[in-house]
Each structure stands twice: as structure tokens, then as C-alpha cells.
Design a protein around this ligand. Structure first.
Ligand SMILES: [Zn+2]
Length: 98
């Protein structure tokens, strides 16, 4: 694995985990509604709070290998974007530390 790939591998893993969990959220709730006799909103909220939210926070607070700040933690930042919201480096690009 090249240097650039290994630097961004942790970020990509976190993003993939978060995206898969986010995409699985709605079908899981629909299946739960179909098969559970006592469906409550608590299941919907509980799944979101226990699984989706922690993975989202872990993804957003990943430290940018270029500037060291949380990669998507900034006001009005796109948390699914492809660039650091602080230094603007695109995910997967070689680092340009100064
Ligand atoms: Zn950065």
C-alpha cells in the first residue's frame, strides 16, 4: 500500500462504516415494523442513538492528516463531503503540510 493510501485508509474505513449504517437504517426499521408485534418509536430512535450517531461522530471527528483538525467538524460543513472543511485537501490527495 502506498503512503498516500495508508494515510487515508482510516478515514475511508470510518466513512464506509457510517455510510453502510446510514443506508441500512431505513430497511432495518421497515423490517422491524413488519415483524415486530409491538413496534415503538423507541426502537427507531434507539437504533439511531446507539449505532448511527456514534459512527457518525467518529467519522466527523477524524483528524485530518494534513492539518490535524477534525475533518468535517465545522459550522455548515458537509459531513459527507470529499474534502477537509478546514484546509480543503481532498480525500486521497497527497499531503501538503507546510
Ligand atoms: Zn485538513
Amino acid at each position: 500500500m502506498s503512503d498516500v493510501k495508508s494515510v487515508w485508509a482510516g478515514y475511508r474505513k470510518r466513512r464506509r462504516e457510517f455510510q453502510i449504517t446510514l443506508v441500512a437504517y431505513i430497511p432495518l426499521i421497515i423490517l422491524t415494523m413488519a415483524f415486530a408485534k409491538d413496534f415503538s418509536v423507541g426502537i427507531f430512535v434507539g437504533y439511531g442513538l446507539l449505532i448511527v450517531l456514534p459512527l457518525g461522530i467518529r467519522h466527523i471527528f477524524f483528524s485530518c492528516p494534513n492539518c490535524g483538525k477534525s475533518i468535517h467538524f465545522k459550522a455548515f460543513a458537509n459531513f459527507l463531503g470529499r474534502a477537509c472543511s478546514h484546509c480543503g485537501i481532498r480525500i486521497g490527495e497527497p499531503l501538503n503540510r507546510k
